[in-house]
Write a protein that binds this ligand. Structure first.
Ligand code: IPE
Ligand code: IPE
Ligand code: MG
Length: 247
């Protein structure tokens, strides 16, 4: 089934270069089974593996996963600490396999808010996989879109105050180069799981013209086939960027 979908992707047009995913529904997955929420997060690790392998198979260049938002710091301390431990486990367990697959991991977000242990684990996965050429994986941790835009505004204000930048020279390119995603193309496709129709403060600047695909699947149940279906859905879209239709 998975190779059928891949064949269809190959004949259906361009594969999205950059796919972003809001991985949602771990808590509901656990609750439906009478399990504590952290079991849902743990199970979600398998879906992360599926998404990465699927992205490589489909020929996606950049996969950006929303793993922990700035707002998620407001969850109960026990859940936050379970999520941080899971990140450490992920870094330890998956580093070698990711390196072998040629996946270069980057971690983007306000990492000074992350505890030193998790920070170290995250650094080792970034260092251990650098130079991979099959896929660039961005793990968004302690990330919030508004905060990212504010950081850029502060940085540009600083440059102006120091006389290094003229206000009229601030254009989209200059602004984008101060974001965490500097140097990367905007996502072509955004997938959100668990049926929620909102952005939850994810990549507010970068998603301006991104195609949205809402999947009803809860994140722990997400498979590469679900990713392939999302890509096929994307390939049926006509991207107009505000212009008129080409045909
Ligand atoms: C997504 O699952 C994981 C994180 C936000 C860290 P949730 O924990 O939000 O699961 P639901 O939305 O409560 O089901
Ligand atoms: C968004 O999911 C954040 C991540 C997937 C990391 P949330 O579950 O935190 O978002 P809301 O609360 O439903 O908007
Ligand atoms: Mg949620």
């Amino acid at each position: 089934m998975s190779s059928d979908l891949l064949d269809r992707i190959r004949v259906s047009g361009d594969v999205p270069r950059h796919v972003a995913v809001i991985m949602d529904g771990n808590g509901r997955w656990a609750r439906a089974r009478g399990l504590p929420r952290h079991r849902g997060h743990r199970e979600g690790m398998k879906a992360v593996r599926e998404a990465i392998e699927g992205a490589v198979e489909a020929g996606v260049e950049i996969l950006t996963l929303f793993a922990f938002s700035t707002e998620n710091w407001q969850r109960p301390a026990q859940e936050v600490s379970a999520l941080m431990s899971l990140l450490q486990l992920y870094a330890r367990k998956e580093r070698e396999e990711l390196r072998r697959k040629g996946v270069a991991v980057h971690v983007l977000g306000e990492l000074d808010r992350v505890d030193p242990r998790t920070r170290r684990a995250v650094d080792t996965i970034v260092e251990g996989t650098s130079g991979g050429t099959a896929l660039r994986l961005n793990l968004m941790i302690s990330y919030g879109g508004r905060e990212e835009i504010l950081r850029s505004a502060r940085e540009l204000a600083r440059r102006v105050t120091e006389g290094r930048l003229a206000p009229e020279d601030i254009d989209e390119r200059v602004f984008a180069e101060t974001l965490f995603t500097a140097g990367l193309p905007d996502p072509d496709l955004l997938v959100r799981t668990s049926g929620e129709h909102r952005l939850s403060n994810f990549l507010l600047w970068q998603l301006a013209y991104t195609e949205l695909h809402i999947s009803p699947v809860l994140w722990p149940d997400f498979t590469r086939e679900d990713l392939f279906e999302a890509i096929l859905d994307y390939q049926r879209r006509e991207r107009r960027f505000g212009r008129v239709s080409a045909h």
